[in-house]
Design a protein around this ligand. Structure first.
Ligand code: PEP
Length: 250
């Protein structure tokens, strides 16, 4: 039985006072044990404050990106070791915004995934199709292609240290949500691909759904057999709303 996981991706939003207010609400609203694993993913400058503020809770902290390199002349990059030292447990890799705005290829995403696992961070690999690809019937091809882009490079053992997030690009930040059936269909495809590699990998890998998850649609989405929780952007900025989403994943 896989545990549910719900992650709050703040993207490039927030400040120290918003963080303190968010943490206060979450501490009151999320059960100390027995609930879903909750992960808070603020921008880099707030990671350490988040780790300190959440240290006596079950809420973990993650980063939005990581360098594929260990150290050296890579201005602006942050290594997996630095994130770990900061107290992070998770890191997003291959978010669609990074793939599209920073031209991150599957090769780069795989290298970041591997760099994270090497130090013991849990990478959350984001995959998903754009609207045009869905309309052309290419969803499965695109999603499995992105999955293979990492799985074939790092192998099943390293891949098994991570989490997958299916995030249809047409649903990210648009208010459009995949129906639970649409999401389940793609999650099923992802799980079958993992099963073709190794049954154990398929059974243990958490597959999250992301794309305009809100308190109003979370329960239905999270009740689907292959949806193990959510990656939440916009709605995670409102702590009350996000707490309801986290509590829907029981
Ligand atoms: C995201 O950016 O990962 C995301 C799912 O955003 P939103 O919830 O705003 O669609």
């Amino acid at each position: 039985m896989r545990n549910k996981l719900v992650a709050a991706n703040w993207k490039m939003n927030g400040d120290f006072s918003a963080l303190a207010a968010w943490v206060a609400v979450m501490k009151e609203s999320v059960p100390e044990e027995g609930g879903a694993q909750v992960v808070f993913i603020p921008p880099y400058p707030y990671l350490r404050a988040a780790v300190d503020a959440l240290c006596r809770t079950q809420i973990g902290v993650g980063a939005q990106d990581v360098s594929a390199h260990v150290s050296g002349a890579f201005t602006g990059e942050v290594s997996a070791g630095m994130l770990l030292e900061c107290g992070c447990k998770y890191v997003l890799v291959g978010h669609s915004e990074r793939r599209s705005m920073w031209s991150e290829s599957d090769e780069i995403v795989a290298a970041k995934f591997e760099a994270a696992t090497k130090v013991g961070l849990i990478p959350i690999l984001c995959v998903g199709e754009c609207l045009e690809e869905r309309e052309l019937g290419l969803t499965e091809k695109v999603v499995v292609g992105q999955l293979n882009g990492v799985l074939d490079r790092v192998g099943p053992t390293i891949f098994g240290a991570g989490v997958v997030a299916y995030e249809p690009i047409w649903a990210i930040g648009t208010g459009l949500t995949a129906t639970p059936q649409q999401a389940q269909e793609v999650h099923g495809v992802i799980r079958s691909r993992l099963a073709a590699c190794d049954d154990g990998l398929s059974e243990k890998t958490q597959i999250l759904y992301g794309g305009s998850v809100k308190a109003g649609n979370a329960t239905e989405l999270f009740s689907m057999p292959d949806i193990d929780g959510g990656l939440v952007g916009g709605a995670s900025l409102d702590a009350g709303e996000f707490a309801k989403i986290a509590n829907a994943a029981l």
